[in-house]
Design a protein around this ligand. Structure first.
Ligand SMILES: NC(=O)c1ccc[n+]([C@@H]2O[C@H](COP(=O)([O-])OP(=O)(O)OC[C@H]3O[C@@H](n4cnc5c(N)ncnc54)[C@H](O)[C@@H]3O)[C@@H](O)[C@H]2O)c1
Length: 444
């Protein structure tokens, strides 16, 4: 809990956003911010830049932009850096990702070309379908983590940043479960010295960030910071963490639609979801071990929204299936289909079909921006550990141990907005309204 006697530290100076994995999402994010900075382009999909927030009673009519309400870093004060297993500059990687038009990229080409990835902390056992060679050599994993920390310090000094945040936009690592080395910080640090095979590259970056008090977000479904050892480190260094897996595309639709069906007490028998995508993410997910990590992340959503154990009549028999197929011609323009078998009054069946022709990285880029800015705010506000109020952005939200995640996007939004109100000393909004409603009626 934040101590209100301590003011939020102002967002003075530059904020460095460090990104392991400069692929489609990261390059779309960076190029997008630079394009917005130049003027003419709009940061659509970013709450921090484009959304308003209601304050006080409805009668007060106070509805400022979020960026005018909370002290966030401005877009002009952002610096970008990162690591990748390929040597491509951010310009080359963005061209290869084929998300943004070449004409747009060319307007900011010199700035993008100046962004050269640092050598990655990489282990092919965790991402089998990649063969990049722009990787660090090391003796122990501890040495590897120290090299990442050195990179961070060098970047911060060279770019004159007052603060850093790190957002993992690297490939999805293979599925692995909690091992003894993840249980305590002591065991984890011993594992770093002993090259424990259960420590993945994303954990090395997370350790390096948390050790230096730099907020860490995990945009992929890997375990990464969702282990007791790194949670312990986050508390020790008073650092905010958030994860896992950016909520875009199909899962975004699911967490919009499913709460609506549950709200109207409509039953669901089946929800079949399939996707085709042809970007590098799709290639990585073509490997069954990498897909398993994503599948676990995608499957948990409906169960938590419908709570079949509490409502077996409506949701007890739900069959939920998620498929992803790698299909190169689709590129980053993923197509996802959902078939929903639902039922209404007296059990009469109905169907909903969704065909979402989405653009994965276009949906993900604003999430990177908002998460980076809000995590920096959290740090300056003295918040640490899991930032559950940012579940809004995540497919598989990390929670305090033992708590069920909240997947309903509307509940998530309310929590996010109330957290901002709380931070700024505004009244929380319960939507009860009875207190002033009666006064209004009497005044008539
Ligand atoms: N695009 C979306 O809508 C979306 C949604 C949710 C999650 N994600 C996740 O975000 C991540 C990035 O997605 P993307 O479409 O940009 O994928 P991408 O394949 O284009 O980019 C990932 C990059 O990470 C690099 N990489 C892999 N391991 C690394 C390491 N150890 N260190 C440094 N770099 C490393 C790869 O070389 C690649 O360039 C993926 O894990 C994806 O599953 C994406």
């Amino acid at each position: 809990m934040r101590d209100h006697s301590e003011p939020i530290i102002p967002a003075a100076g530059k904020l460095g956003i460090l990104i392991p994995g400069l692929g489609a999402v990261a390059t779309t994010f960076i190029a997008g911010v630079l394009a917005v900075r130049r003027g003419g382009a709009q940061p659509v999909g970013s709450l921090t830049q484009m959304s308003n927030i209601r304050l006080g009673k409805r009668t007060e009519n106070r509805y400022p932009k979020i960026k005018d309400f909370v002290p966030l870093a401005g877009l002009d004060d952002l610096e970008f850096g990162g690591w990748d297993v390929y040597e491509d500059t951010v310009y080359e990687a963005a061209v290869k990702a084929q998300v943004l038009d070449r004409a747009l990229l060319d307007t900011i080409r010199p700035e993008l070309e100046a962004l050269v990835p640092m050598k990655a902390a990489f282990d092919r056992r965790f991402v089998k379908n990649l063969d990049g060679t722009h990787v660090k050599t090391f003796s122990t994993l501890y040495d590897l983590a120290e090299q990442v920390m050195d990179d961070m310090r060098t970047f911060q000094a060279a770019r004159n940043c007052s603060r850093l945040v790190m957002v993992w936009c690297g490939s999805t690592e293979i599925y692995h479960e909690l091992a003894p080395v993840h249980e305590t910080l002591l065991a984890f640090e011993a594992g770093l010295h002993a090259n424990d095979s259960h420590i993945s590259p994303s954990m090395i970056y997370a350790y390096a960030a948390l050790k230096q008090g730099v907020p860490f977000v995990n945009g992929a479904p890997n375990l990464t910071v969702d282990v007791p050892a790194l949670l312990e480190l986050a508390h020790e260094t008073r650092t905010p963490i958030a994860g896992k897996d950016f909520k875009t595309g199909q899962t975004l639709m699911k967490t919009i639609l499913a709460p609506g069906l549950a709200a109207r007490a409509l039953g669901v028998r089946g929800w079949f979801s399939t996707n085709i995508l042809g970007n590098r993410d799709g290639l990585v997910l073509d490997d069954p071990d990498n897909f398993k990590t994503k599948e676990v992340s995608k499957l948990s959503v409906l169960e938590d929204i419908f709570r079949p154990e509490d409502n077996p009549a409506l949701y007890g028999d739900i069959y939920h299936k998620v498929r992803i197929n790698y299909y190169p011609p689709a590129g980053d323009n993923k197509e996802s289909w959902d078939n929903i078998d639902l039922f209404g009054w007296l059990g009469y069946p109905m169907q909903i079909k969704i065909d979402f022709l989405c653009r994965d990285s276009i949906l993900a880029a604003p999430l990177v921006l908002d998460l980076a800015l809000f995590m920096d705010l959290a740090k300056r506000a003295g918040m640490s550990g899991v930032q559950e109020w940012l579940s809004f952005y995540l497919k598989s939200p990390q929670t305090a141990p033992g708590l069920r995640p909240e997947h309903d996007i509307f509940q998530q939004l309310m929590k996010l907005q109330n957290t901002l109100r709380y931070l700024m000393g505004e009244d929380l909004i319960t939507h009860l309204g009875l207190d002033y409603y009666e006064d209004l009626m009497e005044a008539r």
